[in-house]
Design a protein around this ligand. Structure first.
Ligand code: CA
Length: 234
């Protein structure tokens, strides 16, 4: 369930650095996007949604510190600051505006890549906003929202649309009771035909596909008089 490739946005205005970085990072298997000033860095950040930002402190139009501050206000994406000189002040200010790490020019490509990998390792999956947020995995069931795929204990299971939506709703609210009214409203809305059995039929079908023993469900349980609950296996 990992992404195909990690994208790094390089914000750097010195052409010689840009070339060396692009080449070196691509050779390490990263996808590289480049911004040559602070404004462009902010714009490209929104467009590219990088996994990591390599941010030069001294940039035209907007400084690296400004860019870092602005991105931190909305995102937890890992940021490594790059500065021309290694002074204590720079380090403190950089970390204060939310950078995860710091490298000083001149640096060796090997050192930079090691730091990039270290920062990426430290970033928990729930802070990676892109593809991974589209996968819910609970109690042996993996729901891939982007691909509309369900794996039950490792096996691909085909679900009709309404059953997929029902499972998504339940798994998005783990260990919480969802009332029949809430479920019906969210899944069928005004199109619910008035037959109160429709929900029960869908729950039954869903259980037959995901439960180990559908006659004795332990994943989607019935809460009598209320509704249903997706149980989280411990
Ligand atoms: Ca610069």
């Amino acid at each position: 369930m990992s992404r195909a490739q990690t994208t790094i946005l390089v914000a750097e205005d010195e052409e010689s650095f840009v070339e060396a970085l692009t080449l070196g990072l691509k050779r390490e298997g990263f996808l590289v996007e480049v911004a040559r000033d602070g404004e462009e860095a902010l714009k490209k950040f929104d467009l590219v949604k990088p996994d990591l930002l390599l941010l030069d402190v001294m940039l035209p139009r907007r400084s690296g510190l400004d860019v870092c501050r602005e991105i931190r206000a909305k995102s937890k994406v890992p940021i490594i600051m790059v500065t021309a000189k290694s002074t204590e002040l720079d380090t403190v200010v950089g970390l204060e505006v939310g950078a995860d790490d710091y490298v000083s020019k001149p640096y060796r490509m090997k050192e930079l890549v090691a730091r990039i990998r270290a920062v990426l390792r430290r970033t928990p999956a729930d802070q990676k906003p892109e593809d991974q947020a589209d996968i819910i995995e609970l109690s042996g069931i993996q729901l891939d929202l982007a691909r509309h795929e369900v794996h039950v204990r490792g096996e691909l299971v085909r679900l009709p649309l309404k059953e997929f939506e029902l499972l998504e709703l339940l798994m998005s609210n783990p260990a919480r009771v969802l009332t029949r009214d809430t479920i019906i409203d969210r899944i069928w809305g005004a199109y619910y035909g008035g037959d109160t059995k429709t929900l029960d039929v869908h729950i039954k079908r869903l259980r037959s596909r995901i439960e180990q023993d559908p006659s004795n469900p332990t994943t989607i349980t019935t809460v009598r008089g209320l509704g249903y609950r997706f149980e989280v296996a411990r």
